[in-house]
Design a protein around this ligand. Structure first.
Ligand code: PPS
Length: 327
């Protein structure tokens, strides 16, 4: 069961110019006890009809879901997962775009001008499917929790997420404003898929669940090999040889992925897959580092973000370091 309410804000009208709603669902079968799921509102530029299709999406037993808040390393962990699930099929990975090998199921809901019906594409995809979603735990297709499908979740530290999301949204032409205004909008949950905090904290708290693999962008940067070995085990695949690990590390490095038109969405987005308003200078693979906030944000913005971070960490009684290691 899900509920939808209007989410109106002058800032959304001014900077995004399209209607938003807030959605909550009853979180049936989610293994987090005591949550008032119907009070967890998520902001989306979606219609109730589209959301219903997503929520009721037909899940298959061997599906694997890559779930993230936007700009937190989705494409990186998605390519990694696809390769492991598909027994390192580099021939197919180099021949077919990641967006067709691994469908982003919510895409249909975000850009209504899109000529692609992502739910139909996912329905038609052959098994085993690796599907991507940015929806939070209680809004992903409800059968995922019923069937206990494998979920790969990747989180990223809040400041780098903000910087990356700002460049992305602005570059796509789907959000107008400066970084100050972006920080204001994300703190007010006026950016699609927010709130960020509940999104990743829900999965952090479920990281020991048998069907959940929780990792971070920072972990992948720190020691990609360790994440590869752990994820491979989680997927119940045969051990990787030294040669296979090296091949994966090379393919998944930032420089290789940036140069790879099959995974770097700069090309497909500029060709019209993603938004019709994309700017000339748009780059999907931008810097690919931990800490880009350090030289991209002013002291005033750092102060604002520090207050936002402290307010939320207090609620969950954790330190950023517990989740992301030393930043
Ligand atoms: S999306 O649109 O939500 O799916 O975007 P997402 O893939 O989550 O995030 C994009 C950011 O991830 C960086 N990226 C990588 N970093 C390191 N190594 C590899 N291989 C890699 N692939 C993608 C990408 O550059 C974006 O981060 P920023 O900080 O903007 O550079």
């Amino acid at each position: 069961m899900f509920v939808v309410r209007a989410h109106s804000s002058d800032n959304i009208d001014k900077r995004q110019g399209r209607p938003f709603v807030e959605i909550a669902a009853n979180g049936i079968n989610i293994p987090l006890v005591g949550e008032q799921w119907l009070e967890h509102w998520c902001s989306l530029p979606i219609t109730e009809d589209f959301f219903k299709r997503l929520y009721e999406f037909q899940v298959r037993d061997d599906d694997v879901y890559v779930v993230t808040f936007p700009k937190c390393g989705t494409t990186w962990i998605q390519e990694t997962t696809w390769l492991l699930v598909n027994n390192l099929d580099f021939v197919k990975a180099n021949a077919e775009d990641l967006i067709t090998r691994s469908v982003f199921i919510d895409l249909i809901a975000l850009y209504t001008e899109m000529p692609i019906d992502s739910i139909e594409s996912a329905d038609k995809a052959s098994s085993p499917r690796v599907l991507k979603s940015h929806l939070p735990a209680h809004l992903i297709p409800k059968q995922i929790w019923e069937k206990k499908s494998k979920i790969i979740y990747c989180a990223r530290n809040p400041k780098d997420m903000v910087v990356s999301y700002f460049h992305f949204h602005r570059g796509l032409g789907t959000w107008q404003g400066d970084i100050n205004e972006f920080v204001e909008d994300i703190s007010n949950n006026d950016i699609m898929y927010s709130p960020y905090w509940e999104h990743f904290m829900d999965f952090w708290r479920m990281r020991e669940e048998e069907n959940v693999f929780f990792t971070t962008y920072e972990d992948m940067k720190r020691d990609l090999r360790a994440v590869l070995i752990k994820l491979n085990k989680f997927l119940k695949k045969p051990d990787l040889s030294e040669e296979q690990l090296q091949q994966l590390e090379k393919h998944l490095s930032f420089d290789s992925m940036k140069a790879n038109k099959r995974v770097n969405l700069t090309y497909s987005i500029k060709a019209g897959h993603g938004s019709p308003y994309v700017r000339e200078d748009f780059q999907f693979m931008r810097r690919g580092i931990v800490g880009s906030h350090k030289d991209e944000l002013s002291p005033q913005i750092h102060k604002k973000l520090d207050a936002w971070i402290a307010e939320h960490l207090k609620k969950y009684n954790v330190k950023l370091e517990d989740i992301f290691g030393k930043l």
